[in-house]
Design a protein around this ligand. Sequence first.
Ligand SMILES: [Ca+2]
Ligand SMILES: [Ca+2]
Length: 374
Amino acid sequence: MFPLTVHFLLVLAVACSGRHLVSRPVSAVPFKLDVLPDSEGQDKKHYLTITCKLDASLTSMEKVTALTLYGPRPYGAVDRMDPLASVDLWTPQPQLSDGLDESHVEVLGKLGSGNDSQSWLIFSWKSPMNSVPKHYKCVANGLATDGQAVSISTTSDGDTDSKIGMRNLQIITQQITNEVINLTSQVKATDQILTSKVRALQESVDAVREITNAQNSSLQQLQDGVFYWTEQWKLVSLMNNFDFSKPLSGKTYFVSKTAAPFDIQAANALCAAASGGHLAEIETKDQNDFVVNFVKSKNVDSANIYFLGGNDIEEEGVWRHYHSKKPISFLNWGEHEPNNSAGAEHCLELRVSNNKYNDKRCNSVAKFICESPA
Ligand SMILES: [Ca+2]
Ligand SMILES: [Ca+2]
């Protein structure tokens, strides 16, 4: 996952502070020696840069006459200190020591003069890391104000391995941190996009639901209207199948217009549907006569049979109203009636022709008489 690791091992930075050997006491650190493994150069080789800096104004030196870098030669003994490069008053350019190949080393530097108290020497070694010497020393020579020769030196502490490791770890940690930040940022961005899309989708669903609800509501109103008018039409049609009387003592009587095979339960349901009533329950002679006269007024055919709700279906000879189940108090039987002919006559017929009652087979073709509150 981290091919960069090898690369990081090459991208190392170490600063080696120095120990100072000063000929006279000074107030601040004047001398600095940095050993800095550098990144790969343009020629893909690895550089080691050793920087030696001196601020003469912080020393007792009036004048710096030379700056010299010491260290082990390549492939030589690591604990041996030989001159590597120097810059001095007598040569205008910094010099590599004898035996070092200019094709493998670059050196830059100058000595401070006048108001410029900074002297420096930079030694860049095109050297692979596994042959980099670890100890270096920088020596500055100069003259004090009293004209005496002064020498200052500093040596790298050599503790490069742990610093390289630490630096490497820091770089890897930083890279991982950057990767995590980058991934977190991408996840957040993706999450925001998804959240936004889900919200937009939800809004679309809500809008569709709203439209659907409105349409359903309209459809329901339409259905309600159709149902209402269908029921009204049915009622009108149903009522057209009956003739209605004027009110008598809070009741209206109505009689079916067409004779059909009688069914006492269905007939009672039709009375209810047509006008909220039930099969007629006559209790007095006045009611009886009123109904007879009303029915007679409607072009009665002498062959017509008219049923009231009375019956002795549950118990032979015990006549009760169909709707209220009460015993019938007014029974105006004709001669020899009720005779329960063939043991099969259980419904109450009102003979309009002679205003008398008869027991009759319940499935006879007949008209029927209802009543409802006026
Ligand atoms: Ca009977
Ligand atoms: Ca009979």
